[in-house]
Design a protein around this ligand. Structure first.
Ligand code: GLU
Length: 463
């Protein structure tokens, strides 16, 4: 049977890290088995769902490269279908009308609580053979309840957590349609999973308690019950449940913070799944390796340091031209014009090993495209009386040499030698004057990148 998985977010906020991991695992499972990955937007909570959140989810998935094969399907566009299935169930006797008023339910709850019992519907409108139901009260619109089995257990072999069982006596008769006729959450999920032929449901383990109800309804419909894999929650760096308090909640925030999507994918893959000790692997490799057996049932802990380390790996590995496509717009957004300066990819090549985010790389290369105003303290410290004559000689001889790194390096060495100085005595003022910083890659490479004319121009006021 062809694998069909789905990602079914409720569009009430951004695509956050937990949702992105669920999407990644569902996507990878479908890809691994040559199946289909379906995107379904669970937007029946009209009050909390927004089009902006739908867009944010779609943008986040696109950024991560988790393309879906079918959908997006919107639950709000499937209302007729849910209503039809409810009618079918009423006709088949697997669902029934319930006229219990809110006051009656409150009274029932009060009695149950006083007896220290779990509040639950008592089945007063549930049809049973031989039972005589009261006459429906006039003018009261009923809800529809699912006729849950009363005996035995409902269970499944969770692909992550192992066997899970619930006694049917624990589950009361779920409302599947409200008095205004709108279907309820668990019911829509069931009809969708059924209609969309979902074979494997991967989702957060906050849904474990919904699963027995969903299985009972699927069985009442004669539908095939999918396999379930409930993913454990993700904890923040501090060991508490990952939440808005942990800052970067939206996947797109990682883009803004300068992470590469391939690094985030690699990092998410390891949040609760492992392949031996492998930490760095490509998306392709992940798809080849991904299975449900190696998803850990325990909670995974987010680790920003590790994400940075993985990001650094992908930054080092990236082609300078590829990085330039990402850094160019970031510089432009800062109002920096890169047309009058060295080729951006060449500047990036010099710095990409030293920066673990795109933002730090943007900061690093910006110095080649903006006027440098060296900090007076740094100037006083490095452009001292020993250094000045050497700097002047270096500047004066710039026009004589071939413009390549070995020639620049040879000139620096020759000048420091003639002035009986140590290398930093000339290298440091050069760094401060040319890029405004004391920490740079090899100074000959920096000078080469800046170019002959621009280097001469920048040094001239100090010689
Ligand atoms: N819409 C649910 C959520 O966002 C997911 C439901 C499911 O995967 O079955 O948590």
């Amino acid at each position: 049977m062809a694998v069909r998985t789905r990602f079914a977010p409720s569009p009430t906020g951004f695509l956050h890290i937990g949702g992105a991991r669920t999407a990644l695992f569902s996507w990878a499972y479908a890809r691994r088995h040559g199946g289909k990955f379906i995107l379904r937007i669970e937007d029946t909570d009209i009050a909390r769902s927004t089009p902006e959140a739908v867009q944010a989810i779609i943008d986040g998935m696109r950024w991560l490269g988790l393309e879906h094969d079918e959908g997006p399907f919107y639950q709000t566009q499937r209302m007729e279908r849910y209503k039809n299935v409810i009618q079918q169930m009423l006709a088949a006797g697997t669902a029934y009308y319930c006229y219990t008023s809110k006051e009656e339910l409150d009274a029932l709850r009060a009695i149950q609580e006083s007896r220290k019992e779990k509040p639950r519907y008592d089945g007063r409108w549930r049809p049973e053979s031989g039972k005589i139901l009261p006459a429906p009260p006039p003018g009261v619109p009923p809800v529809v309840r699912f006729k849950n089995p009363t005996a035995g257990t409902v269970g499944w072999d969770d692909q992550v957590k192992g066997r899970i069982e619930f006694a049917n006596s624990e589950l009361d008769d779920l409302i599947i349609a409200r008095a205004d006729g709108t279907p309820t959450y668990n019911f829509c999920v069931v009809v969708d999973d059924w209609d969309m032929g979902i074979t494997h449901v991967l989702r957060g383990d906050d849904h474990v308690n919904n699963t027995p109800r969903q299985i009972n309804i699927l069985q009442a419909l004669g539908a095939t019950v999918p396999q379930y894999a409930h993913l454990s929650m993700i904890l923040g760096d501090d060991g508490t449940k990952l939440s808005k308090r942990h800052g970067a909640v939206s996947v797109m925030q990682y883009d803004e913070d300068g992470y590469l999507p391939e690094a985030v994918i690699n990092y998410l893959a390891r949040l609760g799944w492992s392949h031996g000790d492998d930490e760095i692997f490509s998306r392709q490799q992940f798809v080849e390796w991904f299975d449900l057996d190696h998803i850990t049932p325990s909670a995974a802990q987010f680790n920003t340091e590790k994400l940075l380390w993985i990001n650094q790996h992908y930054m080092k590995q990236a082609s300078p031209a590829g990085l330039a496509e990402k850094i160019g717009p970031r510089l432009a957004a800062r109002g920096v014009d890169t047309t009058k300066g060295p080729e951006l990819a060449a500047a990036i090549a010099l710095y990409q090993d030293r920066c673990n985010t795109l933002n730090l790389l943007t900061d690093a290369v910006e110095v080649f495209y903006v006027p440098i105003h060296p900090n007076p303290e740094l100037l006083a410290q490095h452009l001292n009386d020993d250094a000045k004559p050497a700097l002047s000689e270096f500047a004066a001889r710039i026009p004589e040499i071939d413009w390549n790194i070995p020639a620049i390096s040879a000139l620096i060495k020759e000048v420091v030698h003639r002035h009986a100085l140590k290398m930093p005595k000339l290298a440091m003022p050069l760094r401060v004057l040319l890029v405004g910083q004391t920490q740079t890659p090899s100074v000959d490479a920096v000078i080469h990148l800046i170019g002959r004319d621009m280097t001469a121009q920048k040094l001239a006021p100090y010689c």
